[in-house]
Ligand binder design. Structure first.
Ligand code: HEC
Length: 243
């Protein structure tokens, strides 16, 4: 019995590790969907830099005010480009067919990516672009090799260059770095924060009710603790006469 339980536990643990993507050296995104300031910054970056190509079509714009702690007017005025009608989904500005023609691949919908790929994967991906003169977009990515997405945040990060090494008879990227004379508007630390904010916003997109669920969870556990204590008092009361 004990052995079975242990085996089950191990299976579960390996399942979790597998679900997280199976990559050993992903950067840690440490997302926190209750951090409203981070979600606000992430939403601003996302709607400025990403939604021109990517949709988040399972999420309605009117889910944002609650999560970001702002009014719907703020969202309409600052985050939505183009016309908005009550209940609209977060659709991309670019048509899928155009994206396929221009980039060779349609930009995938990002509603669920933080869950399907994992937040750490998304965060690492956003930090893995480098200049590649051989690529058609002029950019490449160490995590998603030959990704057709251009490095849309290069004005922020600067232009990262890759260092190569030989592994066997293959040439692989050993590391990427932004040379000083190619620096962007943000320092390395600020760029990490910006990409973490975008990832955080995508974690919210993937599960818009998560912050609320965590909040409710605290109350449920509080209730259970109090209830257990009351049940204990009650039990003591009942048993007093029996002893
Ligand atoms: C110019 C269009 C364009 C813009 C702007 C753009 N992307 Fe992309 N993105 C793409 C394309 C095309 C792909 C598909 C890449 C591939 O599979 O080769 C992609 C892929 C991705 C993926 C990988 C998805 C997956 O599961 O494979 C993520 C994550 C992503 N983009 C995030 C972002 C974020 C965040 C932004 C804004 C900072 C952004 N993208 C801006 C075109 C774009």
């Amino acid at each position: 019995m004990k052995k079975t339980a242990l085996a089950l536990l191990l299976l579960l643990a390996s399942g979790v590790a597998f679900g997280a993507g199976g990559y050993a050296d992903l950067m840690k995104a440490r997302v926190d969907v209750s951090d409203e300031a981070s979600l606000q910054r992430g939403a601003a970056l996302f709607t400025n830099l990403c939604i021109s190509c990517h949709s988040a079509k399972y999420v309605r714009w009117n889910a944002l005010p609650d999560a970001l702690g702002v009014s719907m007017e703020m969202v309409e005025d600052n985050l939505i480009y183009g016309s908005y009608q009550e209940g609209n989904m977060m659709r991309a500005a670019m048509r899928e067919a155009d994206a396929e023609r221009w980039f060779g691949a349609a930009a995938p919908d990002l509603s669920l990516t933080a869950r399907s790929r994992g937040a750490d994967w998304v965060y690492t991906y956003l930090n893995s672009f480098y200049r590649d003169p051989d690529a058609s977009s002029g950019w490449n990515n160490t995590l998603l090799v030959n990704s057709s997405m251009p490095h849309v945040m290069w004005t922020l990060q600067g232009v990262p260059e890759a260092k190569f090494e030989e592994v066997g008879d293959e040439i692989q990227v050993a590391g990427i770095r932004v040379p000083e004379q190619q620096a962007g508007m943000l320092s390395e630390e600020e760029f990490h924060q910006a990409t973490r904010d975008i990832t955080n916003f995508m974690a919210f997109l993937a599960e818009p009710v998560r912050a609320k669920r965590q909040e409710i969870g605290v109350w449920v556990i509080g209730f259970l603790v109090i209830f257990t204590f009351l049940a204990y008092l009650l039990k003591r009361e009942y048993w007093r006469d029996i002893h």
